[in-house]
Every structure is written in C-alpha cells, then in structure tokens.
Design a protein around this ligand. Structure first.
Ligand code: DI6
Ligand code: FE
Length: 403
C-alpha cells in the first residue's frame, strides 16, 4: 500500500457543483494506492491519517492534472509554407482543395517510419507534459489507408509507454478523402474507414471514433454510417462539427450521444437546446480559431444558458493549430471566447475528462478519483490562464495509478 498526505497547499478541487474553483485555502489531500482518499481543509483532517507520511507543498496551488482532450499530435513534417500562403491571402479551404492542407501531412506521415513518427511526436507530448498534462487524446487521420491509420494509433499507444501520461486514442480515418478515392467518398467509408475501425477495435488500439463533418471533409450521412459502425463495436463517438460551416453535425453527434462535438463556431443558437439535452461536451479549440483568423464565435451565451459543459483543447495539428501548450489554449479561450479563467480550468480538467468518458476518474480532486495532480508556483488559479507562455508548473504528482 502506498499512502501520502499532501499538505500546506491551496487546492482547487474543480469538483462539480462547487463555486470558485472548489478552492480550499489551507488544504490537505490524502492519496492511497494512486487514488484520492480524502481532501479538505487541513483543520478537518480525520485522525485516522495521523501517522501517514506527509509531503509539505510550501503554500503552492494544487489542481487536478490537466487534460488535453483533442489533439492530432502524431504526424510528420510541418506546414509552415502553407502558413505563409495563408498570410498572403489563400484560405484554409482553398489550400485543402488544391491538394495541400491535410493531404500534404498525409504524404509526409505515410512515408515516415514508426520510429521517426515517435521521434517527431514526442517533443509535442513533452511540451504538454511541461504544462501539467496527464491525459492526452491523440487521433489518427493522417494515414488514410487501413495500415497507415493503424500505425498512427500504434505510435500513440507507444507514446503512452514512454511517458507518465495516459494516452486516449481516437479513430479519425474519416478526416479527409485521399486522392485515390477522389469523388468516391462513400467507397472510402466502406472500404477503409469502417473495416479499418473493426481492425483497430480487434487490436485494442482505439478508445473512440471521430470524423470531420465539413464540405471539405465528410457529409453528415457519411459520418452517420461511421457512427453506426462505432455503435456496433460499443465505441463512443465524437465529431469535428461546425468548424467552417453549419452542416448540423453537432445534432448528429447529439443523436448518437457523442462524448463531444468539437470546434462549433458555426453551431446555430437554436440547435443548442437539443445539443444540451444529449449531455455532449462542447470542445472549443482556440488555437484553430486563432490560426485561421476565424471571426465567427460559437454561441457562447446559449451554451452557458443551457448548461452545456465546455472543454478546451489544443487541437495540436500541423495545419490549423500548431499549438502544444494547453495553458496557452486556456489564455486564448478567455480572450477569444470570453471564458472566465475558472471556465478555462474546468475546460481542461473536469469537462475535458467528461469529453473523454473519464468523469469521476480524472479532472477533479475528489475521493475515489485518481491522484493525478499538478502543483503550481502560483497564488491563485486564475494565474494559470493569465501568464502568457509562462511555465508555472512546479511538479506533476503522479502516484502510480495513471493507466
Ligand atoms: N479540423 C482541424 O482543425 C484539424 N482537422 C480537422 O478536421 C486540422 C487538420 C490539418 O489541417 O492538418
Ligand atoms: Fe481537430
């Protein structure tokens, strides 16, 4: 049995229903066998923990370790040249339609070896870890053949073994149509996306299923077929929806009880009630909003009014969001989307856990949850969204039960 008491710290529990970050100014956390046994004001610590070893944290702030619930961080190469083109006026869609965009990363990723993909992806994962991240979602989507998509997920699973993080994998073969299937999107879904998903499930490589529902991606009808396949394998779904236009992908996601719908700039206000009723998390991706100089905002007030849980993620990818700092994503979400620093932090803790189907296990400091904690050299949790590009992490406390 391992047991530790963390004391002399402030704790933002981020517990559901608690106001003001669930902040406890002079707090104690008791961890036992990798799980939280007790958390509360130090003055209330139960006598049964009297003789347990103690670690004093010198007044620092403790939060749940952070969660990046939407990344494409396994890929090869970069698209800095495309960034230059966009700055000269080309749009993201134009570049995609002329064979650049996602396709150029597909070419690079297919030709990279397994080892090379690991080597190129690891620095991005390490950057997230330096920001206090303990759980990272990683999608496929730059292979677009069964073997190349499976390989991406194998790389993601391998990254999980190399670092003290939990990697959650997502099948995103319905990301972009490869040139050999030009004008045959339905055949691509039938021949690659669905059979590949079965293989990924058989090999235990996949935790959830995603798609890019967009005019430059796949139609709602095509995505629905992928969702049906996911359902038959008992895998949860999520969707890139309403990023560039309103195809009602978020309503499709809601009908399939999706864990999350992501982006949502073009989500119509009148669709929010139906979306909210499904309990699907709205994942906002401020890095993509920024890099694409988007001006259309998600319907923030309607999302709040209907009690939709809002998560924030980096969307780390070489095209629309070459961002590997979750803290920067939090800062951006406050400025771009008007989130409060408290919403930004719940967006990378409790709500991000929900978006990965990990509610109650990660993202909250509550009895029974995994004792995955981040200790910060800050006085108040609002500072986590405030220091632009700062590195306020003092230490990640991983107590051994991460995976
Ligand atoms: N939406 C995104 O933001 C990423 N994929 C997607 O469907 C962008 C991927 C890329 O440009 O490489
Ligand atoms: Fe994405």
């Amino acid at each position: 049995m391992t047991q530790t008491i963390y004391t002399n710290c402030a704790v933002a529990t981020m517990q559901h229903g608690e106001a003001n970050y669930g902040l406890i100014p002079d707090a104690t956390i008791v961890a036992k066998d990798g799980r939280i046994d007790w958390v509360g004001a130090s003055a209330d610590r139960p006598p049964e923990y009297k003789d347990w070893p103690e670690e004093r944290l010198d007044g620092r702030l403790v939060t749940p370790a952070l969660i990046d619930c939407h990344t494409h961080l396994v890929f090869s190469g970069n698209r800095a040249r495309e960034f230059e083109q966009r700055l000269k006026g080309a749009s993201y869609e134009e570049i995609a339609r002329s064979g650049g965009g996602i396709s150029s990363t597909v070419t690079a990723t297919r030709s990279a070896s397994f080892e090379q993909l690991v080597e190129e992806s690891l620095p991005r994962l390490d950057a997230l870890i330096r920001d206090g991240v303990a759980v990272v979602e990683i999608k496929s989507g730059y292979g677009l053949t069964i073997e190349d998509e499976l390989r991406m997920l194998r790389v993601a699973r391998h990254l999980d073994t190399l670092r003290p993080v939990k990697v959650v994998t997502t099948w995103l073969a319905a990301h972009s149509l490869p040139p050999d299937f030009a004008d045959r999107a339905d055949a691509y879904i039938d021949e690659i996306v669905i059979p590949g998903l079965s293989r990924a499930a058989e090999e235990g490589l996949v935790d959830a299923v995603d798609g890019f529902c967009e005019s430059i991606g796949f139609s709602p009808a095509q995505i629905e077929r992928v969702f049906k396949a996911a359902q038959s394998l008992s895998l949860p779904v999520k969707l890139h929806a309403e990023q560039l236009s309103d195809l009602k992908g978020s309503l499709l996601a809601a009908r399939y009880s999706a864990l999350s719908a992501d982006h949502l700039e073009f989500l119509a206000e009148e669709d929010v009630p139906e979306f909210a009723a499904a309990g699907t998390v709205a994942v906002l991706l401020p890095g993509a909003f920024y890099m694409l100089k988007e001006t259309k905002l998600p319907p923030m007030e309607a999302l709040r009014q209907h009690g939709v849980d809002i998560a924030i993620a980096t969307d780390c990818n070489p095209g629309s969001s070459p961002l590997s700092s979750i803290l920067t994503a939090m800062t951006m979400s406050c400025i771009e989307f008007g989130l409060t620093p408290e919403e930004a932090l719940s967006g990378t803790t409790r709500c991000a856990a929900k978006a990965l189907g990990l509610s109650g296990q990660y993202g909250e400091i509550v009895a029974g949850a995994r004792a995955e904690l981040a200790v910060w050299d800050v006085g108040h949790p609002a500072e986590l969204s405030y220091w632009m590009g700062g590195t306020p992490l003092y230490q990640r406390l991983a107590t051994g039960a991460l995976k």
